[in-house]
Design a protein around this ligand. Structure first.
Ligand SMILES: CC(C)(COP(=O)(O)OP(=O)(O)OC[C@H]1O[C@@H](n2cnc3c(N)ncnc32)[C@H](O)[C@@H]1OP(=O)(O)O)[C@@H](O)C(=O)NCCC(=O)NCCS
Length: 191
C-alpha cells in the first residue's frame, strides 16, 4: 500500500474549571497510578487495545508486543513524562477451572507535558472491556493528574475515522482544534 496520510484531529480541553473527583471503577477492576514496575502491564494493555485498530496502521509499533514495550519505555523515560497523568486499569477474575485469581492489564493512558500542554499519549481499553466507562475514567484521572502539576489545558490527537473515540472525547468536553496529517508506511505493518 505504501505511504498513506491519515487525517487526524487535534482536540483540546480546558482544565481550568476541572473539578477533580475520583471516579469509582466497576466491580472487578482496579485503578493503579504509575510506577515503573507496571511498564509491562501498560505495554500489554496497549498492545491488546490497539493491535486490531486503525491506529496500529498509523503507528505500526502498536501492532507489536515488543513495539508497545519499547514505546512505553520511551514515553516513561522522557524528561516531559507526567507520571501523575499515567494510569493503568487491571481486571481481577477467578479462573473457572482452577479457581486461581488472575490479574489482567486491560487499560492504559499516559501523559506528557509539552509546551504548557498536557499531552495525552495512547489511551486504550482491551476490546473485551469497552463500553463500561473505563476509558472515561482513565481520561478523568489523566486530567486530574495534569491539573495537579499545574497544567491548564490538555490535548490529544485522534484519527478522524475513529468516530467512536471522537464522540467520546466530545462528550467528555474536548473541542476539535484543527486537522493534522500523519504519514505512515502502511506496507510495513505486520499482518
Ligand atoms: C476509545 C476507547 C479508549 C474508549 O474506551 P471505553 O472504555 O470503551 O470508553 P467508555 O466506556 O468510557 O465510553 C464508551 C464510548 O467509547 C466510544 N468507543 C469508541 N470505540 C469503541 C468501541 N470499540 N467499543 C465501545 N465503545 C467505543 C463510544 O463512543 C462510546 O460512547 P457512546 O456511548 O457514545 O457510544 C476504546 O474504545 C479503545 O481503546 N479504542 C481502541 C484504541 C483507540 O482508538 N484509542 C483512542 C486513540 S485516540
Amino acid at each position: 500500500m505504501g505511504m498513506t496520510y491519515f487525517k487526524r484531529y487535534r482536540m483540546e480541553f480546558d482544565l481550568r474549571d476541572w473539578h477533580a473527583d475520583t471516579p469509582s471503577v466497576p466491580s472487578g477492576y482496579e485503578l493503579l497510578s504509575y510506577n515503573p514496575g507496571l511498564i509491562r502491564d501498560h505495554a500489554l494493555a496497549k498492545f491488546n487495545s490497539f493491535r486490531q485498530e486503525l491506529d496500529a496502521n498509523v503507528f505500526p509499533c502498536l501492532s507489536r508486543r515488543d513495539g508497545c514495550l519499547h514505546l512505553m519505555r520511551e514515553i516513561s523515560s522522557r524528561a516531559d513524562f507526567v507520571p501523575e497523568a499515567t494510569w493503568l486499569i487491571r481486571y481481577r477474575h477467578s479462573d473457572p477451572r482452577s479457581g486461581a485469581v488472575q490479574t489482567l492489564a486491560v487499560g492504559t493512558i499516559q501523559g506528557l507535558s509539552t509546551e504548557g500542554w498536557g499531552a495525552i499519549q495512547n489511551i486504550g481499553i482491551d476490546p473485551a472491556h469497552r463500553g463500561k466507562g473505563l476509558g472515561s475514567i482513565l481520561m478523568s484521572m489523566a486530567a486530574t493528574g495534569f491539573r495537579s502539576t499545574g497544567l491548564e489545558r490538555m490535548h490529544l490527537e485522534v484519527t478522524t475515522e475513529n468516530t467512536g473515540a471522537v464522540r467520546l472525547y466530545e462528550r467528555l468536553g474536548f473541542k476539535r482544534a484543527h486537522v493534522v496529517y500523519k504519514a505512515a508506511d502502511v506496507a510495513s505493518v505486520k499482518a
